[in-house]
Design a protein around this ligand. Structure first.
Ligand code: PNS
Length: 169
């Protein structure tokens, strides 16, 4: 039996930590659907189309990985696409409480999906989309933290707006 997994998230924007996790999923499951939440309460920096576009570009070489956008409950979406596994990444113990709460709530909502936690490489354990945006906004380099396409888009978006690091001269 083929196992399809869904890897959901906001991906605003996708980082090398996400990509590391996607590669691990691709090696474990027959099919992986990276699912970007459409109606997030956090007002996203990149539009849903931009996030889909960037993710599609970075997973292009992974034959069993596809990208989609979803709204509503994750368990409903998982059922709709035939995914029996929800994958979430855990970087540190601090992630665990929130992830456990979500996993148990999703289990209560649907007994047909199982949540699996994966750890990214240690090099990405302190990386987050939020920090990447903050660094870009302040004119810092995010080279090596995000795929090149994301680095270019961040530069383009923040470009002239980037605030220089405060200087006394
Ligand atoms: O990247 P994020 O922001 O941590 O991802 C959170 C996400 C998208 C996985 C979560 O917010 C979600 O599943 N939202 C869909 C709505 C839903 O099913 N809510 C109940 C979760 S218990």
């Amino acid at each position: 039996m083929k196992i399809r997994a869904v890897y959901p998230g906001t991906f605003d924007p996708v980082t090398n930590g996400h990509l590391d996790l996607i590669r691990r999923c691709a090696a474990l499951f027959d099919e992986v659907v990276v699912a970007i939440l459409r109606n997030t309460e956090k007002s996203p920096f990149f539009s849903i189309d931009e996030r889909v576009d960037m993710l599609e570009a970075v997973v292009k070489s992974l034959a069993n990985v596809s990208v989609s956008a979803f709204g509503g409950l994750l368990v409903d979406y998982a059922e709709q696409i035939g995914a029996s596994v929800i994958v979430r990444g855990i970087r540190a113990i601090s992630d665990y409480e929130y992830e456990l709460q979500m996993a148990l709530m999703n289990r209560r909502l649907s007994s047909r999906t199982e949540t699996v936690f994966l750890m990214p490489a240690e090099a990405y354990s302190y990386l987050s989309s939020g920090l990447v945006k903050q660094i870009s906004a302040l004119g810092g380099s995010v080279h090596g933290l995000v795929p090149p396409i994301v680095e270019r888009r961040l530069k383009r978006r923040y470009g002239r707006r980037a605030l220089p690091v405060e200087s006394t001269v």
